[in-house]
Design a binder for this molecule. Sequence first.
Ligand code: PEP
Ligand code: MG
Length: 539
Amino acid sequence: MTVIHGKSACTGIAFGKIRYFLRNAFQVEKHAVSDPEAEVKRFEAARGQAVAELAMLYAKATKEVGEENSLLFQIHQMMLEDLDYCESVTGIIREEKANAEYAVNETAKRFAEMFSNMDDEYMRGRAADVQDVSRRVLGILTGTTAGGFQSDEPVIIAADDLAPSETVQLDKKKILAFVTAGGSESSHTAILARTMGIPAIIGVGEALNEGWDGREAAVDGSTGEVYLEPDEDTVSRLRLKEKKDQEYRELLEQYRGKETVTRSGQRVLLYANIGSPEDMEAVLANDAEGIGLFRSEFLYLESQDYPTEEEQFQAYKTVAEKMNGKRVVIRTLDIGADKQAAYFHLPKEENPAMGMRAIRLCLTRPEIFHTQLRALYRASAYGKIAILFPMITSVQEVRRIQKAVSEVKEELSRERIPFDPAVELGLMIETPAAAVISDRLAPLVDFFSVGTNDLTQYTLAVDRQNEQAAEFCDKHHEAILRLIEFAAKSAHEAGIWIGICGELGADPELTSTFLKMSIDELSVSPSAILPLRSRICQS
Ligand code: PEP
Ligand code: MG
């Protein structure tokens, strides 16, 4: 048995086989083919399919985000129709009697090099495109479309690290636990694991490698320990711990269906954080009193292209209906920084957490914002939807949001599409700027929700993704608590409610502090609801 130590990202115990997460890195090898013409045909078929996919993506994206933002799909399509490109591939196949994959890969390399050496900056930028579009063709030729793992049975996923977009695309029913070499506690991958209630260990370091694939393991999410080929004693000890966890959960059942009220009668709303309609099962099973944060960007990360208004509407409507009149706070798109979807073609930034993310992206790409607001308002006819705006720093941003909202409401009225005109609008307090001017912001909206994950990173200047700086991240720092206290005071003076939807909301050491600040709502991962209710009811 080998024991490896990492950090806990989500508690729970799991036993099973490890599968190493494979990225879409094509290991292209050259091999001789006896029938080059058949190989040319294979290439032509894959090229044709890629062109058709790109034409579809272009048409869809033009409708959703405007022509300017969709041009890339057209450029990719043109590259695949370019005679020089096609002749290079077929030439390599015929002259070297080589397989199509090798010919595409070689052509991509040669063209990328040629573009990189050009004087014109625009042309240099095409190097990445030719590689990108060639990867699409390679994906079709090899039948691999996304990174992932192959398994018929549920497994423990091991990876160097997982991007949020990779995590959301995994088949959750097949995952017993996550173990990653890198990662930090407040990264979105760790948050996703907690939302899904899947045991997770991060920061295992270099000990984790591809050689783990296929090995038997046991994972203790609460201590951050991974046991490779666990011995009998360890298995029985962990089974016992699992049984005790189960007994504790049964004890918590007495809080199901109860209000969350302290002994002195202070009422707190206990809501759940979700990332997709699929999480509703856990929300209902854990008796959430509402949804305090639906991270809508995960819908975008799950798809290969901008989700349409109709797709979004269906997702929001499903959640609203399942909550049966209870409040559902849906946050508008918070993409950028660590949450990247290729089809957004976000420019590379030195400091993406401080760059074009969240509301900044929505305000500068209004088509995307408009589509989402329409979907949200349409869904408001089917339940109690509230809309939350992320990464706010100024009053001006709120004014721009209000304008976009009014336009959508007017449009829907004109089209006679039903919606709730009194949808609550709220702001995330997750930048120090928003907290400090919360007294100016509060009169403009219906509620605040404190995003302690970002508020912590921006206040303490500690990148939430950076494990090395983790020791400088004092989550209970007085500066953060003072900012939350001021935001709570501003909210209550303006007569609006305030919640906490960052990970700190579930921190048992801060529950009494938040109660003293008269925080009205705490939104946590579904599995944290009953333990927190029991704590509050006993305080
Ligand atoms: C936060 O920043 O605390 C938050 C809830 O949003 P996210 O973690 O998605 O950035
Ligand atoms: Mg945030």
